[in-house]
Structures are given as structure tokens and as C-alpha cells.
Design a protein around this ligand. Sequence first.
Ligand SMILES: *[C@@H]1O[C@H](CO)[C@@H](O)[C@H](O)[C@H]1NC(C)=O
Ligand SMILES: *[C@@H]1O[C@H](CO)[C@@H](O)[C@H](O)[C@H]1NC(C)=O
Ligand SMILES: *[C@@H]1O[C@H](CO)[C@@H](O)[C@H](O)[C@H]1NC(C)=O
Ligand SMILES: [Cu+2]
Length: 249
Amino acid sequence: MWTSALTFGLTLLSLTSLTAGHGWVQEVTLASTKYPGYNPNTDPYYNPPPQRIIRKIPGNGPVEDLSLIDVQCNGYKAGGFATAPAPAIGTVAAGSQVKLNWTTWPDSHHGPMLTYMARAPSDITKWSPGTSAVWFKVAQTGKTADGKWAATDLLTASNSVYTFTIPSKLKAGQYIIRHEIIALHSAYTYPGAQVYPSCIQVNVTGSGTALPTSFVSFPGAYTGSTPGIVYDVYTNTSSYPFPGPPVWS
Ligand SMILES: *[C@@H]1O[C@H](CO)[C@@H](O)[C@H](O)[C@H]1NC(C)=O
Ligand SMILES: *[C@@H]1O[C@H](CO)[C@@H](O)[C@H](O)[C@H]1NC(C)=O
Ligand SMILES: *[C@@H]1O[C@H](CO)[C@@H](O)[C@H](O)[C@H]1NC(C)=O
Ligand SMILES: [Cu+2]
């Protein structure tokens, strides 16, 4: 009966999109320059590989075990490239906006969007921070007073483009921007929160001289008992407590 086969197929398809619909940053805009992201569906098949400024990811899925190095850049330690540097670097002036264009984000995956940076001690295309405490937070958006989440509500309303500003006093140099969505649809217990991190390599220019003095590590900054990692997104009407340190100011 081809109709029931078709119905079955469509049911499978909608189940798949309900349970496996995830995403990644598909394009970065620095000033007016657009840099395509690392596409896990196509980039691995190019020879030579495209010269991306975003570090390689294994697919569109999340990291749920927050003790793994995978939570740093959505690399895949078991696949041998946990935090492998990307070959290229973008340029952005301190004080200017960075626009991160996500693939279509599933409606069900409500949660905050947070952004960190880490200063590379030398050539960023050869540097991985490992478990060192090098990260500082530069932006975070959670739930508005009227219950709108950064993801999906605000992200969808801005055509899937998230914007943050490089701190204007930040000292020039090479930095990894670590940006993430934490999807909370299963976060009523730990493990459950789904972290979707993305690591973007930039050369910050300008005459700034400031650097933060306190840092966190990934893994390390988030555990099952960090506020905001366990949060019942369906029933909790309280404000959302951001995980990690305060935003550097
Ligand atoms: C986001 O990136 C995709 C792929 O490059 C592009 O088609 C789309 O227009 C971009 N969206 C915006 C709002 O720039
Ligand atoms: C970063 O920008 C500075 C200032 O323009 C430049 O001198 C330096 O070569 C750039 N480094 C890289 C890796 O692009
Ligand atoms: C709601 O979230 C707040 C902040 O994380 C937490 O303190 C509180 O226990 C939660 N309430 C319920 C009923 O889960
Ligand atoms: Cu998902």
C-alpha cells in the first residue's frame, strides 16, 4: 500500500526533524566581509579543503557531557580533532559588530546564547587552549521579562542572525570567539542541556590596551550543578540564571 508507506515515510521525516533538527553557524560577517562557516555536510569532501575561519565540527549535533573537551569548540575528541585550529583568520576592529548567521534553528530548542573570547599567545592557526583557563565572557542573552528566549524567539525574529560587539577597549591581537546556544528543552536534569559551541578565529585590530584578569576553562566552566544548566524550560517562570562568569566590562 503505497499510501501507508508514504504516511510512514512522512512520519519518519517529521520525527527526524523533531528530534534531530539542530544547527551551526553558517556565515560570519565582520564589518562588511562575509566568511562562510564550516559546513560539516560538505567541507570534509573538498580537496583541497576550504580555508575557513571557523573550527571544524563533526555534524549538527550538541555536546551534552560537559566534562569533555568537545564542549570547547564542538570538536569531537573521539574523532581526533577536539579543538583543531582552522586554517584562516578574519579581521575585526575592536568596538565593531560581529554577525553570526545560524542555520534554521528548531522551534523547540529554547535557550540562551553566550559568547566568550580567548587571546591566542601566538599564531592562532596553530593554537588550541586545551583545558587552560583562557576564556572571558563578552555577551549573553537569555530570556526576556515577557518570556522570549534568545534562541529560538529572538534569533528567528532577526533572520537567524545573532549580533554582538567586540569590546572596544580590547587589546589588539588574535582571539578565538567561542559562541554557543545552550538548548534547554531536555535540561530538567543533568545531563540534558545541549551545548552547540562554535569557535571563530579573528584578528582584533585597533588601539585598545585592555585585557580581563579572570578567566574560565572549557571544559570546566559548566557542570551539572552550575546555575542555568539544569532548568525546566517548560514550567520555570523565574528569570534565567546564566551559567559561567559575568560579562567582562
Ligand atoms: C545566512 O547565510 C545563508 C547562507 O550563506 C544566506 O543564504 C542567508 O541569506 C544569510 N542570512 C542573512 C540574514 O544574511
Ligand atoms: C592582525 O592585524 C594587524 C594590524 O592590522 C596586522 O599587523 C597583523 O599582521 C594581522 N595579523 C594577522 C594574523 O592577520
Ligand atoms: C527555577 O529556576 C530558578 C533559577 O535557576 C531556580 O532557583 C528554581 O529552583 C527553579 N524553580 C523550579 C520550580 O524549578
Ligand atoms: Cu536538537
